[in-house]
Design a protein around this ligand. Structure first.
Ligand SMILES: Cc1ncc(COP(=O)(O)O)c(C=O)c1O
Length: 441
């Protein structure tokens, strides 16, 4: 009989875990064994409320039988088909279905397998676009501090996380806007913070420094997710859009987290009324059940690249699993659920409850900020002197023991429950968190 994982450290040794303190984890492992609806069940059988949609991806709740059936049937019908110089109907069906929920004109869809791949694809698209227009010198990419765009070399280069950048080399022609987090002026804001739209004007400084004619694209998350739920200041995205237009720079929204209903519309671009030129997605596209990403390109970007001699490959890029038939089946079944259950817009009904519940934690010990937008939220804790991140980690561990999964990045507790969350489940989530916060020194 195999030993229970955790009984024997050797059982856990082979899996080199991603973004995890491996030795710390393996000394005291936290294993999830099954999931249904809003709940996980641990290896020990305890029920855990999913406060994070897995990793910002299980928007429809766990164990959706419609998706399972679609995946099962597809595996037996067409398990794999290449999409290089060949095709299969589901990839076309899914692209068409996605184009129907896309922001205006962002209706040319390129498939990937993850957010990181979507980001690298989008950055390459931006360069290919300018090259096709005869401006091949536009190769510089502008990201933003506190941005997270996955772990490809493109993504870490435009990303603004020091730990992602300090060990690895990054692309040479990259610069960054300042981040928009302003604790002093915007603490405890509900929805979009009031102050900081002018931080978009940083782009003018970068244009003056590098020359607009060298810049291919600006990439930002409409709401920064992984670095702690940072909604854009009022007017910020509009200003960034206007400046990009003024200087011929493409604007890329990384909607890997904000896409698929998280903010009350299929995409954040629609919520904010600001349309990028390229949009990256992943995660919620298949409800997280299979790896998939999609890059939405504006028709002008697509049509500029897809030209030249017929018979020449226009965009020299793709993945073996771009448009994988089984992932397509999962995505199509997921889209059916989003639509049938009104989950692209449900957040609009539930977010006032979410906002009020979350902000009720404002007086809890060590809390220095609370932020929320759509069905995302963050509780910011003062770092323990000399031990940044210690409080956040302690909360993760204690919340799990108390039956709640949260995400801790440093001393930020990030929350993003499935879009099907009920009011009592929101109360339960916040209740557990309040209790846990009261035990932290
Ligand atoms: C905004 C954003 N972009 C890209 C990624 C990377 O996605 P993946 O982990 O699927 O490569 C993430 C992951 O959390 C993300 O939040």
């Amino acid at each position: 009989m195999p030993a229970t994982p955790g009984d024997n450290l050797a059982d856990l040794a082979a899996f080199w875990m991603p973004f995890t303190a491996n030795r710390q984890f393996k000394a005291d492992p936290r294993l999830l064994a099954s999931a249904k609806g809003m709940y996980y069940r641990t290896q020990e059988g305890a029920e855990v409320l999913d406060g994070t949609s897995g990793l910002w991806c299980v928007n429809l709740g766990h164990g959706r039988t419609e998706i399972a059936k679609a995946v099962h049937d597809q595996l037996l019908t067409l398990d794999f088909a290449p999409t290089f110089q060949m095709g299969h109907p589901l990839a076309f069906d899914l692209a068409t279905a996605l184009s129907e929920i896309a922001p205006p004109s962002l209706d040319r869809i390129f498939f990937t397998n993850s957010g990181s791949e979507s980001v690298d694809t989008a950055l390459k698209m931006a360069m290919a676009y300018h090259r096709a227009r005869g401006e091949g010198q536009r190769v510089r990419l502008i990201g933003r501090e506190k941005g997270y765009h996955g772990v490809g070399f493109g993504g870490i280069s435009v990303g603004g996380l020091v730990n992602n950048r300090r060990t690895f080399t990054t692309l040479p022609a990259v610069d960054h806007l300042v981040h928009t987090y302003d604790l002093a002026r915007n603490a405890f804001s509900r929805g979009l913070p009031d102050h900081g739209a002018d931080k978009a004007d940083e782009l003018e400084r970068l244009v003056a420094l590098h020359g607009a004619e060298t810049i291919a694209a600006v990439i930002v998350e409409p709401v920064a997710g992984s670095t702690g739920v940072l909604p854009p200041p009022k007017g910020y995205l509009e200003r960034l859009r206007a400046l990009c237009d003024q200087h011929g720079i493409l604007l890329i929204f990384d909607e890997v987290i904000t896409g698929f209903g998280r903010l009350g519309a299929p995409f954040a671009a629609q919520v904010f009324g600001v349309t990028p030129d390229i949009m990256t997605t992943a995660k919620g596209i298949t409800n997280g059940v299979l790896p998939m990403g999609a890059v939405f390109a504006h028709r002008k970007v697509h049509d500029t690249i897809v030209q030249g001699p017929e018979g020449a490959i226009e965009f020299f890029h793709g993945y073996t699993y771009s448009g994988h038939p089984v992932a397509c089946a999962a995505a199509l079944a997921s889209l059916d659920i989003y639509r049938a259950e009104g989950l692209f817009t449900r957040v609009n009904d539930i977010s006032p409850v979410w906002e009020a519940a979350l902000h009720s934690l404002g007086d809890a010990p060590h809390v220095i900020d609370i932020r929320n937008i759509g069905l995302m939220g963050a509780v910011e804790l003062a770092p323990r002197p000399g031990a940044p991140g210690a409080r956040g980690y302690e909360i993760l561990v204690k919340a799990l023991k108390a039956g709640l999964l949260v995400r801790a990045t440093g001393d930020t507790i990030a929350l993003s429950p499935p879009l099907v969350v009920s009011e009592p489940e929101i109360s339960k989530l916040v209740g557990i968190l309040a209790k846990v916060l009261s035990t932290i020194d």
